[in-house]
Design a protein around this ligand. Structure first.
Ligand SMILES: [Zn+2]
Length: 146
């Protein structure tokens, strides 16, 4: 019932309207994955970061102003992780496929914009939080200022 209504509304929208609408529906980042990263940073004594600064493109999950480093923790489903290949729901499959593709395009655009403005970008897949290799990558980036 609900889906039928949504589909009807969706079909009425032009491609441009639809993408504008979809852009507004931000993927709800899983708060707990970000909290896991924050907990590791705190335990490792890493300081000088901000969360979701409004003035930085893409509002990185973690931002180190003095290290010119932006970090994103990407949910495997929302950002279309090639390794996990989370199953796209069969219901409204096209909607989800489009949405994930749009997220990936936005991720790439954000990366480009940040790099152009002289920032370094580290993206951490949700699945990779299960081992500590990302911590080493992060510490290496923090040790080299640029
Ligand atoms: Zn993954």
């Amino acid at each position: 019932m609900q889906n039928t209504v949504v589909k009807r509304i969706k079909d009425r929208l032009s491609a441009a309207e639809r993408s504008a609408l979809m852009a507004k529906v931000k993927p709800r980042q899983n708060k707990s994955t970000e909290m896991r990263v924050a907990a590791v940073l705190i335990r490792a004594g890493v300081r000088g970061w901000k969360r979701h600064p409004k003035d930085i493109t893409g509002r990185p999950d973690f931002y180190f102003p003095s290290k010119t480093l932006a970090i994103f923790v990407d949910g495997c489903f929302w950002h279309g992780c090639p390794r996990c290949r989370r199953n796209v729901p069969t219901n409204r499959r096209e909607f989800w496929t489009d949405k994930i593709a749009a997220n990936r395009r936005r991720d790439r655009a954000v990366n480009r914009a940040l790099k152009q403005s002289g920032l370094r970008v580290l993206r951490i897949w949700e699945h990779s939080l299960n081992d500590r290799r990302w911590v080493d990558s992060l510490l290496r980036l923090l040790a080299s200022d640029s």
